[in-house]
Design a protein around this ligand. Sequence first.
Ligand SMILES: C[S@@+](CC[C@H](N)C(=O)[O-])C[C@H]1O[C@@H](n2cnc3c(N)ncnc32)[C@H](O)[C@@H]1O
Length: 203
Amino acid sequence: MRDLLPALRMTCSHDQRLDPRTLFDFPVQNVWLEIGFGGAEHLLEQAGNHPEIGFIGCEPFINGVAKLLAGIEARGLRNIRIHDADARDVLESLAGGSVGRAFLLFPDPWHKKRHHKRRFISPENLDELARVLKPGSLLRIASDIPDYIRWTLTRIHAHTGFEWQARGPEDWRGRPADWPATRYEAKAIRQGRTPVYLSFLRR
Ligand SMILES: C[S@@+](CC[C@H](N)C(=O)[O-])C[C@H]1O[C@@H](n2cnc3c(N)ncnc32)[C@H](O)[C@@H]1O
């Protein structure tokens, strides 16, 4: 935390929007963003599988950041930058059309009605995601909470920037092969909940 985090921490500025490729010390083909990476299982696996891509991981939970740093060091990864706070700061600081893929896996469900406004999927955050994602890029969202899935589909359907890619139940029931599992997913399955995997195309 003391040595590696300052070297990999992304500085967010609202004055001048950033081309995130400039965060990396070698040329990256594209930049992918993970919001709320938790224990970092998905982020580390994706970054290891795609050394040509630069990754930005956002997570305010300090234990998650520590796990990511340990994984980066153990695997010798050079293609991850970290925002150890709210992902909305990153969205606001990025240039339009600068992100090639975004992941929001098992966002906090905020079950109580009076807390629904805290859910990450909101018209404002969808506008920001639509702004930073390149046309034709993917937004992947997973949840094991039926109400959050309905909430997400309703809001994305109402947004002109995204198109749900599913053609049949197999497309949302099964996790694609290039979508590594997370700790939270394993916990949901252990506790008898069924994860749903949603892939949206940025129009
Ligand atoms: C239920 S956990 C899922 C973690 C991980 N994606 C997984 O699948 O195991 C949700 C995570 O999102 C993080 N989170 C919540 N709001 C966030 C925000 N505004 N920006 C970034 N991360 C956030 C939380 O700290 C938490 O680690």
